[in-house]
Design a protein around this ligand. Structure first.
Ligand SMILES: Cc1cc2nc3c(=O)[nH]c(=O)nc-3n(C[C@H](O)[C@H](O)[C@H](O)COP(=O)(O)OP(=O)(O)OC[C@H]3O[C@@H](n4cnc5c(N)ncnc54)[C@H](O)[C@@H]3O)c2cc1C
Length: 419
């Protein structure tokens, strides 16, 4: 039966993270927002050391398929999460309460590792997640989006052509979160989606591990953004970039036309979308707490428990924001609970991300509105949280695309019947 109780191991870690969020992240948040593209080495090195010493207890890189890997007699690789996705949701929420941009710079994490976990063979999981074990911080990223292919991921044009014992990749990727970190600052790898058969649509799509330093893989641009400015968002060009055959994720037969490769990497998002939700709700909680603290300073306490008809309009609005935050958090907890308990995810990941994305945008916007100039001023972080909020409704599937996924699954429609 689903339980919302937090195990004490998670609770203790969350309280340690709260100190980092309060003492390190909040004080640095404005600086890195103002100095976009400057690398937060203090935070990266501190978190690397902390995660290494926490070892198996804390992990921010999803490693779900390691369960099967270990059951099959494989050795546990770095940071196997004894606290599962439930723990990760709580850690991500607290880190994002500290600062969502800095959270996205946390070493050992990144979508690349999640993709290896979701779609890699046990050998690939062991080999590539081993990279996180060393003395220096390592980052991984995932590159799907192209100038002409965003929501419609099946429209990607980057090609992978087999040549002897290599795949040769050619194409352009944009908006890669942590792409510069993964390839340059804290070198690890990028998972690149490419087609091995452009005529075959999604049946031709596979994902490839491109390690930092591979010739032909270059960062060409860093985006200047509205929010999460501390997190780099890179454009990457692949020009005759050779990777070994075994860097194609999964066990899909190389010449076969099948959507297995595509489905494999899509599984990544079933586990990571609730974590985007958790990040959104960390920002939302920060904004709501700030709003309530400032109202309290002005002598306005929210009188919980009163019937709506006896509350002031302001109180009713705050209560509604609180309800929005809590209901989205419950959807997030349900989704991570399902992942941890290996219950097939149907629409629950998308639902949690939709609701959390809506909640954070609404809560930060309302907080700015209700506090007036104090909400708009750069003296406080609220205006930054308002800007940081929107990305949660954008990456890993926009709100509209996740709504489509939910509608298809509830109604039993195929992608062709409802697009
Ligand atoms: C800061 C940032 C970081 C990112 N990080 C990554 C990353 O790490 N890796 C990566 O690969 N990509 C990343 N992205 C890209 C992101 O995933 C895409 O921007 C997103 O998928 C939308 O694609 P698009 O921008 O091409 O918009 P489009 O697909 O062109 O969509 C434009 C609008 O139309 C709507 N729309 C599209 N199709 C439909 C439909 N069928 N029904 C209803 N509405 C629809 C969309 O919801 C959106 O509102 C990032 C983007 C940003 C801004």
């Amino acid at each position: 039966m689903i339980s919302f109780e937090i195990p004490s191991s998670i609770e203790q870690t969350v309280s340690m993270i709260e100190s980092v969020a309060t003492e390190m992240m909040r004080p640095q948040a404005r600086y890195y927002d103002d100095h976009e593209h400057e690398i937060p080495w203090d935070y990266i090195n501190f978190m690397h050391a902390a995660l290494q010493s926490a070892g198996a207890e804390v992990n921010l890189a999803p490693t779900s398929s390691q369960d099967e890997h270990q059951e099959a007699g494989g050795e546990a690789t770095i940071g196997f999460p004894s606290t599962g996705y439930l723990g990760m949701a709580h850690y991500v929420e607290m880190l994002s309460w500290g600062d969502a941009g800095l959270y996205l710079c946390t070493p050992q994490g990144g979508l690349g590792a999640a993709a290896v976990s979701a779609a890699g063979t046990p050998e690939q999981v062991a080999k590539f997640l081993e990279r996180f074990k060393g003395d220096r911080a390592v980052f991984s990223a995932m590159a799907i989006t192209e100038p002409h292919a965003g929501s419609d991921t099946a429209a990607i044009k980057t090609t992978a052509v087999r040549d002897g014992s290599d795949w040769v990749l050619n194409g352009e990727k944009i908006f890669v979160t942590g792409g510069h970190k993964a390839l340059v600052d804290t070198p690890g790898f990028v998972i690149v989606w490419a087609t091995i058969d452009p005529e075959a649509g999604r049946k031709g799509i596979r994902s490839f591990v491109v390690e930092a330093g591979t010739p032909g893989c270059t960062v060409t641009k860093l985006e200047k953004k509205l929010g999460i400015r501390c997190s780099d968002t890179a454009a990457i060009v692949l020009q005759d970039c050779r990777v070994p055959l075994e860097n194609m994720l999964g066990t899909v037969e190389q010449g076969k036309k099948t959507s297995e490769g595509y489905k494999g990497v899509l599984r990544t998002f079933e586990a990571t979308r609730p974590l985007v939700g958790a990040s959104a709700l960390g920002i939302a909680r920060a904004a709501l707490e700030f709003l309530k603290a400032k109202l309290a300073e002005g002598g306005i306490e929210i009188r919980y428990g009163l019937p709506l008809s006896r509350m002031t309009n302001l109180e009713a609005e705050v209560v509604e924001l609180e309800a929005m935050l809590r209901s989205a958090w419950l959807l997030t907890l349900r989704a991570v609970w399902m992942v941890d308990n290996k219950i097939a995810i149907n629409a629950e990941s998308s639902m949690s991300k939709i609701k959390a994305g809506d909640a954070v945008v609404k809560i930060t916007q309302k907080a700015v509105e209700l506090l007036g100039p104090m909400g708009y001023s750069r003296e406080h972080l609220l205006e930054k949280w308002f800007r940081d909020a929107k990305i949660n409704d954008l990456y890993e599937g926009t709100g509209q695309i996740n709504r489509l996924i939910v509608a298809r699954r509830i109604l039993g429609y195929s992608r062709h019947e409802l697009s």
